[in-house]
Design a protein around this ligand. Structure first.
Ligand code: DGT
Ligand code: CA
Ligand code: CA
Ligand code: ZN
Length: 589
């Protein structure tokens, strides 16, 4: 899969062009990178099938970029990129997770202090050299040190949304490989954590008719052979008959274990984790005088009690089986013992997507294109929520454009029967908490999302007041990406979340679980707190391209990790129920 590699290069080219004061390329390259990183189809396949033309048909990819991709496929390099790097030999990769250090700052740091990587920067900041540079100060020096510390926590972790298509493809390919009976990716991937450290895959080898010939062992070796020679394997770290570990081309490690059939459930349970969940489970086994490990559950005489399926292990230990998303030792074990687990929302129960953008603002595709793909993905309804408010932000629509969009949506709703399109918008919340569009317009939308897109750096008290005031507006149905965090890039705004949850419950304002791979905000723990306050949640992919609409599953996973049930998530209502719900004035709900 080339997509993530090319996206990374394009992101870096955007930064390098910014350093050169280029007017247009930075935005163009960044936009292309954003679209490419979330595409499911492999760029290499597209090129092999359709050549340069095929590449240029991709939204946001022009001739020059298509040629870069072609060059990369053919030579593994892009000359323009190499040249840019030669002019500014800065290890941009190492800075990608450091918040608030932009390309212009990096160039200044390089020119004045010779800073090339994160270590140089930390040293310079510690020595107090950064504060004396023009346009830097003691405050930015402190911020830099704080960002570096924060980025350490993320190092080596990958976004679930970007890893997911790759793992699913590997699973599919392994499932059809010779000798494989069963295969499943476990670990944090199966628990759908927002970021993944490494990929843990389990397989069962098909038994051989004549077991004495060692057929199963042979099959196991064949699986290993297949795994280690998959095209996206960059390097084999360890290779054995039942366990191997490789590094994939995107930089993440993946290991594969082949286990006997009667241990598959036990191994699945063990390698799904989490570690803390397993430790508690093992204690329960020990209290019975039993032993639990990746081979099975055994009594004190080492007699095998269970292990073929996960369900039988949990059952034997006196627990109800629970979804992997819940296994973090956050109270789920106690509830499973008491047979009181919540019935968390199912993927299929979510019927619609409540945030996306089109060519009317900063999206890449038309309303009709979005609707068609969403319908193919099985959505029963979508809300088109282009930006409105401050026209400078993300190409926001003016009033005439809004009305034009409504007419188009009405026409499309007559034309496309299988999916209902809601008239929505994402409106800016001003620094004082007022809404950047008059009420008389807000009132005419089916659904209004209020978001913070500017003035991120307010004090905790002011930011909390700002959001609460926005929620008090009767037309604001949903606060989208409520904390504003961007995984690996930006911690959220300063907020008193308890106050926010209380106000959301009081004003009947819905809080969004944004399903974009690096947002997933609210996160799992905050979702649980919100639900405890009686707050309703919504799911929106925040798609800026039709290729991002599939991300809804990431938001659902996050909802499940936060123990949300069907009644907590407004997207589980059908279109009719939802519209009715949204049109009741909030005060009367
Ligand atoms: P990651 O890879 O950092 O995103 O997180 P996980 O949860 O995938 O962790 P990983 O890959 O280190 O290990 C996979 C699973 O193996 C983990 O979820 C639970 C199990 N495991 C690992 N180490 C231990 C351990 O020391 N004790 C127990 N009981 N289980 C462990
Ligand atoms: Ca793992
Ligand atoms: Ca692992
Ligand atoms: Zn947007």
């Amino acid at each position: 899969m080339l997509n993530l590699k090319i996206a990374k290069i394009f992101y870096q080219m955007a930064e390098l062009y910014t350093m050169k004061d280029d007017q247009f390329r930075p935005r163009a390259y960044e936009k292309a990178a954003r679209l490419i990183e979330s595409m499911e189809d492999d760029l290499e396949d597209i090129y092999k099938k359709g050549g340069l033309k095929g590449l240029m048909a991709i939204e946001g990819v022009g001739k020059g970029m298509a040629e870069h991709i072609e060059e990369y496929v053919k030579t593994g390099k892009i000359k323009n990129f190499e040249k840019l790097k030669h002019d500014a030999p800065i290890d941009l990769d190492s800075f990608s997770s450091v918040e608030g250090v932009g390309p212009k700052m990096l160039l200044a740091l390089y020119k004045n202090l010779g800073v090339k990587n994160i270590r140089d920067l930390e040293k310079a900041a510690r020595a107090g050299k950064v504060r004396s540079l023009p346009r830097f100060g003691q405050k930015s020096e402190e911020n830099i040190l704080r960002s570096i510390a924060l980025s350490r926590e993320h190092r080596g972790r990958f976004l679930l949304g970007f890893v997911s298509p790759i793992v699913l493809k590997m699973e599919r390919e392994l499932a059809s490989a010779p000798g494989v009976q069963n295969v499943l990716a476990c670990g944090s991937f199966r628990r759908r954590r927002e970021t993944i450290g490494d990929i843990d895959i389990l397989a069962v080898a098909r038994p051989h008719r004549d077991a004495k010939q060692g057929g199963q062992a042979k099959n196991s070796r064949a699986i290993m052979e297949y795994f280690c020679s998959m095209p996206n394997v960059e390097k084999i770290i360890a290779r054995g008959d039942t366990k191997s570990m490789v590094r994939l081309d995107i930089g993440i490690d993946a290991d594969l274990r082949v286990v006997p059939e009667k241990s598959f459930g036990a191994a699945l349970q063990y390698f799904t984790g989490s570690k803390d969940h397993n430790i508690e489970l093992r204690k329960i086994a020990i209290r019975q005088g039993w032993k639990l490990n990746e081979y099975g559950l055994f009594d004190k005489n080492d007699k095998y009690l269970a292990g073929k399926t996960e369900e039988e292990i949990y059952k034997k230990l006196g627990l109800d089986w629970m979804a992997p998303e819940m296994r973090e030792n956050r109270g789920e074990i106690e509830l499973a013992l008491a047979h009181k687990l919540p019935k968390i929302v199912e993927y299929a129960e979510v019927l619609g997507d409540l945030q996306m953008h089109t060519t009317y603002s900063d999206g890449a595709h038309t309303v009709e294109e979005m609707a068609e793909v969403a319908q193919k993905l099985g959505r029963k309804y979508i809300a088109i929520t282009d930006h409105v408010g401050h026209l400078k932000i993300a190409g926001a629509m003016d009033v005439a454009t809004i009305e034009r969009q409504w007419r188009e949506i009405e026409k499309l709703n007559k034309k496309i029967k299988k999916i209902k399109i809601l008239k929505g918008c994402e409106v800016d919340i001003n620094p004082d908490g007022t809404i950047a569009l008059p009420d008389k317009y807000l009132a005419k939308f089916d659904v209004v999302l209020g978001s913070i897109h500017s003035n991120f750096k307010m004090s905790r008290a002011d930011m909390t007041k700002r959001l609460i005031r926005a929620m008090e507006n009767p037309h604001v149905d949903i606060i989208s990406h409520p904390t504003g965090r961007v995984i690996h890039k930006r911690s959220g705004y300063e907020l008193d979340l308890e106050e926010i949850f209380r106000a959301a419950a009081r004003t009947k304002t819905i809080l969004e679980i944004n399903s974009y791979p690096d947002r997933l905000d609210l996160n799992d723990l905050n979702i649980r707190r919100a639900i405890e306050h009686g707050v309703k949640l919504s799911l929106g992919t925040d798609s800026h391209s039709k290729n991002q609409l599939h991300n809804l599953d990431l938001g659902i996973a996050q909802a499940r990790r936060g123990w949300a049930t069907k009644k907590d998530v407004v997207n589980c209502m059908n279109a009719e129920e939802l519209l009715k719900f949204l049109h009741i004035p909030k005060a009367r709900l």
